[in-house]
Design a protein. Structure first.
Length: 232
């Protein structure tokens, strides 16, 4: 079991918020209120000084996301869209994210490091002969070093549909979670129509990187989806 918690990063984020406002963030039980839609906010636009504060406060949690706190990823990405012209309501929501980090500053992400067992997952084989992907094979680099150690048992890539939707554009956020074994190594949140392509591109890139590190992937990547659009 691998455990990681960016406590020092969160402490620095909270100290920066205290330096700006002179008080600690009010603790919150969730990054955003359930059913909230920041794109519908009509509160007063911030002045230039408050805009800079807002941009600073929304930029800091992104570092915490990079080193493990992906529980705030959806909220931060949703509010990052309004950095150019933020409103007071957006700033209040960003303060709530800081309040959530304050309450959950000791939260720890735990991941298993053993090889996953995907033997019970049904695999759907497709016929690509009549498509541009016919006869496609993985390109194996000829200058890759000789493998040293055990190969990666399975590269698992899961595409997860989030519940955050934009009422103005009727678009939906999706999260792509990429892991080696059961150890999460990469997370990405994008609009749903970009996730599937990005998922494939990064799987190919990681396959290549592993081979150059002398760690050959053992078999193809398993892509797991939880909605019909992703599966198709």
């Amino acid at each position: 079991m691998l455990c990681y918690a960016p406590k020092k990063c969160i402490k620095k984020i909270l100290k920066n918020c205290h330096r700006i406002y002179g008080t600690w963030p009010k603790p919150a039980t969730s990054p955003l209120v359930s059913g909230d839609h920041p794109e519908l906010d009509t509160s007063e636009l911030l002045n230039e000084d408050d805009q800079k504060i807002c941009q600073s406060l929304i930029g800091a949690p992104q570092w915490a996301i990079q080193i493990g706190r992906f529980d705030i990823q959806t909220a931060v990405i949703s509010l990052s869209r309004f950095r150019a012209v933020p409103r007071q309501g957006h700033l209040d929501r960003i303060k709530r994210i800081h309040g959530y980090l304050s309450k959950m500053r000791h939260a720890t992400i735990k991941t298993r490091t053993d090889a996953p067992d995907c033997s019970n997952i049904p695999v759907k084989l497709c016929d690509w002969e009549c498509s541009c992907c016919a006869d496609t094979k993985e390109e194996i680099p000829l200058d890759a070093p000789a493998p040293k150690g055990k190969p990666v048992t399975m590269l698992t890539c899961a595409t997860i549909l989030s519940v955050v939707s934009q009422l103005e554009t009727f678009s939906t956020n999706s999260t792509r979670l990429l892991s080696i074994g059961v150890l999460s190594c990469n997370r990405l949140l994008r609009w749903q129509h970009l996730v599937r392509r990005t998922c494939t591109e990064q799987v190919i890139d990681l396959h290549l990187a592993l081979r150059y590190l002398g760690v050959p992937p053992d078999g193809p990547t398993m892509v797991i989806g939880d909605n019909e659009s992703v599966i198709n």
